[in-house]
Design a protein around this ligand. Sequence first.
Ligand SMILES: C[S@@+](CC[C@H](N)C(=O)[O-])C[C@H]1O[C@@H](n2cnc3c(N)ncnc32)[C@H](O)[C@@H]1O
Length: 442
Amino acid sequence: MMNTLHSLEKDNNKINTLPILLRNPRILLIGGGKVALQKAKVMVKNGIDFQIISENYLDDFANIDVPKLAKSIEISDFVGYKIIINATGNKKVEKLLDKTKLKFNILLNTVDVPEKCDFYFSALLNYGKLKIAVSSDGASPMISKVVRNRIKEIIPPEIKEQIAKEADLRKQNKINITRTRIEASRLFGHVALVGAGPGDPELLTLKAYKLIRNAEVILHDHLVSNEILALAKSSAKIINCGKPHGSKTLSQLDINSRMVFYVNQGRRVVRLKGGDPFVFGRLVEETEYLIKNNIKFEIVPGITSSISGAGNAAIPVTARDVSNGFSVVSGCLKGNQFNMNWIELLKIPKHTTVVLMGLKKVKQIVSESIARGVRKNLPVAIISNATRDDQTEIITTLIDLENAAKNAPTPAIIVFGEVVNLREKLSNFIDSEKSEVLSKFG
Ligand SMILES: C[S@@+](CC[C@H](N)C(=O)[O-])C[C@H]1O[C@@H](n2cnc3c(N)ncnc32)[C@H](O)[C@@H]1O
């Protein structure tokens, strides 16, 4: 059967959702009470031009800076308006509008009376020229608001300037779709260069924890423990960029360009590094690449293994009368070369030296130190897998270091100095099991 115009008109309760923008519509708000005040506030907030008619007004209307007429409503007041919002709750006004709205081609919204509405308000987000409207066809304005507020959380405020910039470029006919897409997506993306601490997930900073939990992409090095990676969302893309002992899973360029690739897609990217990212973490190379690509980033410091590794083995890096300071050095230079620049530090009295990436170089460390006159009985500790369940400690002296290191697991730090001798006394009183139990109850 063919549809006639008449049969189409029959379903007059159907709501058609038209995403439309109106140019200079004349809008009248009727009412001076609480409901009208709320509508007026929303319209003012969204930059909508309108006028108000009401016999009486609540005092708060004094703050609503739009034209107001104080009079009882009559038919002639509707002339010239295309949209009328009746917020009076008054049956007489309702009847008057029913009678005249067709005659004057008025679109009517009777607040809180859905069946007397030709249109509904939607929950609106306004970012300059970008508007986002959420509607439930009048079913639940509250749900619309909740959804709108969630959307608001993910819209970057900079979108307003971006839209204005694009509008300008459009006027000049300088549209570049790829550039526009990347620049707009980037506003939603985020790169955080995050320290994961030495391994124990409870030694993550709160910031690191939150970023890991919210990350869409995690690029991690081989020092990041599985327990920490397990905190990520199941939907997160986890990329192992690890470089154990010089072997390469991904090249530095590959890592850098992946970070840029994902942030250009508007992803929340976490570059996760063991310990503190600025301690032998090659972070500078990565930040330089991001800067070159004009990408902003966040840096989240982490607990470095160099200090916490010693501390967790009951070796304080400083202690009054025993060590007045400490140095953190790397046993390796670029290209896996032995770094001997720090050996003289071992001769400084009351000083602690923590060596990272030194386990493979103990032979050279010992021979170079002895050759330079470092005392042979200098206390040394090798702490492997610090703060993890499989942490081990080997306590020795310089002369026996090579032998002692033979079976030490990696990763490991090597601590040189008298502070190593404090360990025995302290470790007898360390009660980490109890703290684990207590933290479970916390
Ligand atoms: C490339 S460096 C990175 C250091 C890291 N950014 C930090 O602040 O701990 C890697 C070296 O850190 C040390 N290291 C890292 N985590 C460790 C851990 N849990 N236990 C012992 N040593 C660790 C080892 O010496 C390892 O070879």
